[in-house]
Design a protein around this ligand. Structure first.
Ligand code: SF4
Length: 467
C-alpha cells in the first residue's frame, strides 16, 4: 500500500520526475555502493540518460540533480541556498564526493551521456549508473526509472513499485473498494486513510496529523513565497513571475468589495508553479509540474470556506492523498508516460475530491467530483515549451485549481447517483488514452506548443533559485 506521505513529498523544483527522481536515483546508487563497501574501489561513475529525461533534462535541471544526488543530496533536505556554490565547485575542481564520502573525479562531458534518441524498454524516464574501478572495469551497474511524482524504481522493482508489505486495516486497490470500506465501516475517506497511515508508519493519529500538517505548512509557505517574489523565471524564456501583481490587483478588488474570490485559486496555483519553475521548495502533489493545484484549493479553503477548521486541513490532504493513491496504483502520474492528464488532471481530481469532502460531501459526491475532474482532462498532452515547466504548466495549474472547486461544488448540488462513469472507469480510461498518445506529446517537447513556439532547449538548473 502506498502512503499519503509518498504522494505528497517535500522536494525541489522544477520537476518531480526529471529533478527529484533523478536526484533520488543518483543518491540511491551512491548509497548502494557504500552499502556494498565499493566506495573506495570506485574511480569513476558514468550516467546514461535516456528518453524524456534526455530530451527535456536540460530544461528540468536533471543533470545537476544527478550530480548532487551522487553526493548524497536529498530533495527534501537539500539546502537550496548552497546548491549554486556546490555545483560551481564541482565544475571547477572536476571532483565530487561520492555519497558524501569518497572523492571522485567527475566531468560532466565525459561522465554524463545523454541518449537523445534512445528509450529504455520499460519507461521513457530511464537512467543507467555504472561504477568503474581504477582498471576501468565495471564493478556495479543499475538501471533506474523515474516513474513520476519523484518515485523511482530499479529494473527489478519495476511493476512492483513503492508498495510496502505492511498489512493495513483497509487495503483498497481501487475506488470501488475504497468507498465500499468507507460505507461498511461508516468511515469518511480521511478516517479510513488515517487508520491505514497509522499502521503503515506504526504511529499514533496525532503523529500522522503532525506530519500531514507539516506538509500543509510547506504548501502554504510556498504559496506565500510565490505571492511575494517577483522577477523573471530562469531558463531563457524570459517568463515574468505574475502571481504577486495579480494578487495585488485582486486584493484591491477585494478591498473595494468588488470581490472575485473565484480568481484566488488561480493566482495561488500560479504562485506555487512559479516557485517550482524557479527551483524552489515545493510539495509534489502528486508531481512538481502539477504542484500548484492542491495547495491553491487548500489555500482557498482556508481563506474563504465557511466550514474551515484545522482538522479540515488534515482531512483535505488525506482525502486528496487517497485519490492520488488510486491513480498511482491503477494508472500513472507521469507526464512522460501518459501526458499532462496524469499530472494536472490527477491533481485536479485529487483536489476536487478533497474540496467536496471538507464541504461535507457524501461518498458518492466525493467520487463524482474526482471523476468529473479527470473526465474533463482526458487527452491533455504534455508539451512544455523549451523543456521548461513554465508554458503551459503555470497557468494550467491555475485553471485546474479553479475547475476542481467548481466541479466539487457541482457535485455537491447533486446526489451523484445519476453518475454513469465511475472513478475507476475514468482512471482506466486515462491510462488507455495515455497509452494511445504519441510519445511526442509526452514530456518530450517535440510537439504541441513546444513545437509551435520552436523554442530551443534552454538551461535551467537547480542552482538557479534566486528568481
Ligand atoms: S505540460 Fe503538464 S505534464 Fe507537462 S511538464 Fe507541464 S505540468 Fe508537467
Amino acid at each position: 500500500m502506498i502512503s499519503v506521505t509518498d504522494v505528497f513529498k517535500i522536494g525541489l523544483g522544477p520537476s518531480s520526475s526529471h529533478t527529484v527522481g533523478p536526484m533520488r536515483a543518483a543518491a540511491h546508487f551512491a548509497a548502494s555502493l557504500a552499502r556494498q563497501q565499493q566506495l573506495w574501489q570506485t574511480q569513476r561513475v558514468a550516467v546514461e540518460i535516456y528518453g524524456s529525461l534526455a530530451l527535456t533534462g536540460l530544461g528540468h535541471g536533471t543533470f545537476d540533480a544527478i550530480i548532487l544526488g551522487l553526493e548524497g543530496a536529498d530533495p527534501q533536505s537539500i539546502d537550496l541556498d548552497s546548491v549554486a556554490q556546490r555545483l560551481a565547485d564541482i565544475e571547477t575542481q572536476g571532483k565530487l564526493k561520492l555519497a558524501g564520502q569518497q572523492p571522485l573525479q567527475f566531468e560532466s562531458a565525459r561522465d554524463l551521456a545523454v541518449r537523445y534518441d534512445e528509450i529504455l524498454p520499460k519507461h521513457p524516464n530511464g537512467l543507467i549508473f555504472t561504477a568503474y574501478d581504477d582498471q576501468e572495469s565495471a564493478i556495479s551497474r543499475e538501471t533506474y526509472y523515474s516513474i513520476g511524482g519523484g518515485f523511482i524504481v530499479t529494473e527489478d522493482e519495476f511493476g512492483h513499485a513503492s508498495e510496502t508489505s505492511v498489512a493495513v486495516p483497509y487495503p483498497f486497490n481501487n475506488a470501488e473498494e475504497l468507498f465500499a470500506f468507507c460505507q461498511q465501516q461508516n468511515l469518511t475517506v480521511a478516517q479510513l486513510v488515517m487508520a491505514n497511515e497509522m499502521m503503515l508508519h506504526q504511529c499514533s493519529a496525532d503523529e500522522i496529523r503532525k506530519r500531514v500538517t507539516h506538509i500543509a505548512t510547506v504548501m502554504q509557505a510556498c504559496v506565500a513565497r510565490g505571492l511575494t517574489t517577483r522577477g523573471i523565471l530562469p531558463g531563457g524564456l524570459q517568463v515574468q513571475r505574475r502571481a504577486p501583481q495579480l494578487a495585488e490587483q485582486l486584493q484591491k478588488l477585494h478591498d473595494a468589495n468588488q470581490v472575485n474570490t473565484q480568481l484566488w485559486p488561480m493566482v495561488y496555483a500560479m504562485a506555487v508553479n512559479e516557485e517550482n519553475a524557479a527551483g524552489g521548495r515545493v510539495v509534489t502533489a502528486p508531481t512538481n509540474g502539477a504542484a500548484g493545484v492542491i495547495p491553491a484549493v487548500l489555500a482557498y479553503y482556508r481563506r474563504f470556506h465557511p466550514l474551515c477548521h484545522d482538522d479540515g486541513v488534515v482531512d483535505f490532504l488525506l482525502t486528496a492523498g487517497a485519490v492520488g493513491i488510486l491513480y498511482k496504483t491503477n494508472a500513472s502520474i507521469s507526464g512522460a508516460d501518459v501526458g499532462c492528464q496524469g499530472e494536472v488532471g490527477v491533481a485536479c481530481s485529487m483536489a476536487a475530491a478533497a474540496f467536496a469532502a471538507v464541504s461535507g460531501g457524501s461518498l458518492k459526491q466525493i467520487e463524482n467530483a474526482a471523476e468529473m475532474a479527470m473526465e474533463h482532462h482526458l487527452g491533455l498532452t504534455c508539451d512544455p515549451v523549451g523543456g521548461l515547466v513554465q508554458i503551459p504548466c503555470i497557468e494550467r495549474n491555475g485553471i485546474a485549481a479553479e475547475k476542481a472547486i467548481k466541479l466539487a461544488q457541482l457535485a455537491l448540488l447533486e446526489s451523484g447517483t445519476h453518475q454513469k462513469v465511475s472513478l475507476d472507469m475514468v482512471i482506466k480510461t486515462m491510462l488507455a488514452t495515455g497509452r494511445d498518445m504519441k510519445s511526442t506529446y509526452k514530456e518530450t517537447s517535440l510537439a504541441g506548443l513546444a513545437s509551435t513556439l520552436k523554442q530551443k532547449a534552454v538551461t535551467v538548473s537547480v542552482r538557479v533559485v534566486e528568481c
